[in-house]
Design a protein around this ligand. Structure first.
Ligand SMILES: [Zn+2]
Length: 660
């Protein structure tokens, strides 16, 4: 028996091995192909389409998860062997002509035309997806679309390689100690280790994140900072890893693809099924925030120059900002750790959201797991005791586990009919050491809340169409349920439930709490303008660039108003901007969604603020109107049904300290 071929609620993680992966995926791919045939032959194909990949999804979900948290060389090899087959199968679905005919025929029937609710949305969305994959194009159009997709995939892969190679090709080796002045011991040790790893004497600095950030933040010698800053911001802009030509090519291909499919530009194509819907709306959203941020932005820059006592260059900003922060707030995040023992944070979180959302979370011991550090829980409805779902938590780093924090779903159930959901949350948080419990930073506590929010979006879902359930929502909406949770980590009453000194049991002292809050809004306008600038340049390149001007010059001009100091002529951050250009879509035309989601979470939280951060009435409303709904309705409608109006950026501006 292969443990991957049947959907089992108690996933046999203790039995899954590398040898099961390929046979299971081959069998399930064959099975899914038969299900596709059955859907094609079905006069009402919607339900068949909805479930045709269910068993394959489950197996691939388990495989992907084991690869993320408990991999071995054999398992990784098996995982890599099935990936191309699986992705080829999934990308063939919206190109399947039989399915397209079945969908169109059904949509034209009396029944298809009079569909309501989530099946209506599922039909419309599926048809739109097929269209965006070229289902309505003639043979020549389909052939061209295929060429564009291949060319885009090649160009974006090359773009990413160039950034990586250009980053790795640069180094600065220092052989005497004088230029190191200002760096903290940890950064000096890191530079020393980087030199040793290359067999060179002295200290070696690179353009990798930790090295670059340490230099920009702490190194006293402005000439060294300038050298590193210039290298970083001209990566992949010349020489053997030059991305200029690729940038033009990617933008042109994306534009051609959008036009071929009947859209004004690439942003309208990408945003068609997102909450913003059009590039124009996303641009207006950013413009509005920019206007509301600029005044404070100019003040912050003035304050920083006054503090530094001189005009600042771009490579001075991070350095002087750190000096100013240290002068204004004598606050070190590390002093908070004793107040955040992990088990207390987690149980406090269950208590808070148990109350607010009307659920009960209890640990269970009868679920096999992939590692002894994993814990398992079930979630029940507090009123009816119905089993809504179960989940795994896996919080500490291990060598066989990937980095970061994430949530994933394994089974999308139907709790109303006795089939609970199954999901998981993972992190790489500070582990327990020296007989002490795991003591977290405040940011790590926020991370737990964030991932639990994604998990609740899945576990509390009540959507009849499986494909529209849980977190399968628009990209610019999916972070609302996660980010909103972080707000509770800043509310005194909530914080007192999860933050207690692990030895004394004391709450966080008030003066410390006040310092935390003040430090949070330090240079918030600069942080916001930086994100807005990236969003602006992204949408402008995909909507307004004329196809002729050097996009590096265009991007530089767009970004200048968002920078705290004048940027030099050769500034070319855009040739290193992998977010936008390292995959066919990626964050292309979607960078705005970071701010969009922040506006949503800050604004939605105002209902709790006004009616009580523990308000059960608001909590139930939030559960019914947002968490339970998945993608069964347009997210803008879901939002309005909860808030009674459209999103308002005011709450974000207040939270960031940008308005009175
Ligand atoms: Zn998230």
């Amino acid at each position: 028996m292969n443990p991957l071929t049947e959907i089992k609620f108690k996933v046999p993680f203790d039995q899954v091995g590398a040898a099961h992966v390929e046979p299971a995926v081959d069998e399930l791919l064959a099975d899914a192909n038969l299900s596709v045939q059955a859907a094609v032959a079905d006069p009402n194909p919607l339900h068949a389409i909805d479930i045709m990949t269910e068993r394959l999804d489950f197996a691939l979900g388990v495989i992907r998860h084991v690869e993320s948290v408990a991999t071995t060389p054999a398992f990784r090899a098996a995982f890599n062997a099935v990936q191309p087959k699986a992705s080829a199968f999934y990308s063939s679905i919206p190109l399947n002509e039989g399915l397209w005919k079945a969908l169109k025929n059904y949509a034209a029937t009396e029944e298809g035309r009079s569909l309501k609710g989530s099946y209506h949305r599922f039909l419309t969305k599926t048809i739109d997806t097929f269209k965006r994959h070229g289902a309505d194009l003639d043979a020549a159009g389909k052939a061209r679309l295929k060429e564009i997709d291949v060319a885009l995939s090649e160009a974006t892969t090359k773009f990413a390689e160039h950034v990586l190679d250009a980053t790795n090709a640069w180094e600065l080796v220092v052989t005497d100690e004088a230029p190191l002045k200002g760096l903290p011991p940890s950064a000096i040790a890191m530079a020393r280790a980087a030199a040793e790893s290359k067999g060179v004497a002295g200290w070696r600095f690179t353009l990798q994140g930790p090295s670059y950030t340490a230099v920009m933040t702490y190194l006293d010698d402005a000439r060294v900072r300038e050298q590193v800053w210039r290298a970083y911001n001209t990566r992949a802009a010349s020489g053997p890893h030059d991305n200029r030509g690729l940038l033009v090519k990617i933008l042109q291909l994306r534009n051609e693809k959008a036009k071929l499919l009947g859209f004004r530009d690439f942003s309208d194509l990408v945003l068609d099924d997102r909450m913003a819907h059009t590039g124009e709306r996303a641009q207006n959203f950013l413009r509005d925030l920019r206007e509301k941020t600029e005044k404070r932005f100019r003040e912050e820059n003035q304050e920083l120059e006054t503090f530094a006592g001189k005009k600042l260059e771009p490579w001075d900003i991070g350095y002087w900002a750190e000096k100013q922060r240290a002068a204004l707030y004598d606050f070190d995040e590390e002093v908070l750790r004793p107040y955040f023992p992990l088990d207390r944070v987690v149980s406090g979180m269950f208590e808070i959201f148990g109350r607010i959302l009307g659920i009960r979370v209890t640990e269970v011991k009868d679920m096999p797991a992939w590692d002894p550090a994993v814990k398992t829980f079930e979630v029940r409805d507090a009123a009816s005791d119905a089993h809504l779902g179960s989940f795994y938590t896996d919080w500490y780093p291990r060598e066989n586990k990937r980095g970061g924090a994430w949530m994933d779903s394994l089974i999308t159930g139907d709790p109303g009919h006795g089939r609970p959901h199954l999901g998981l949350i993972c992190g790489n948080l500070t582990p327990p050491v020296n007989g002490k419990p795991a003591l977290l930073t405040h940011r790590e506590a926020e991370t737990i809340f964030h991932e639990f929010g994604h998990l609740l979006h899945h576990l509390l879902s009540r959507v009849e169409v499986r494909s529209l359930a849980g977190t399968s929502v628009a990209w610019d909406f999916v972070e609302l349920p996660s980010q909103i949770m972080e707000n509770w980590c800043w509310e005194r009453e909530a914080l007192d439930l999860l933050a207690r000194h692990w030895e004394t049991g004391e709450h966080i002292p008030n003066d410390l709490f006040e310092k935390m809050k003040r430090a949070k809004t330090f240079r918030a306008a600069n942080a916001q303008m930086r994100q807005l600038g990236f969003g602006f340049v992204d949408l402008a390149l995909h909507r307004e660039w004329d196809g002729k001007e050097d996009p590096v010059v265009f991007a530089r001009r767009m970004l200048q108003p968002f920078a705290a100091a004048p940027i030099p002529e050769d500034y070319a951050m855009i040739t290193g901007f992998t977010h936008l250009f390292s995959s066919p879509v990626g964050y292309g035309a979607g960078y705005y969604s970071y701010k969009w989601a922040e506006v949503l979470d800050a604004d939605a939280f105002t209902r709790f603020r006004k009616e009580g951060v523990f308000s059960e009435a608001v909590g139930r409303d939030y559960r019914d109107k947002i968490l339970a709904r998945g993608d069964s309705q347009d997210p803008a409608e879901l939002y309005r049904s909860f808030m009674g109006r459209d999103p308002d950026p005011q709450a974000l501006l207040e939270r960031a300290g940008l308005v009175g």
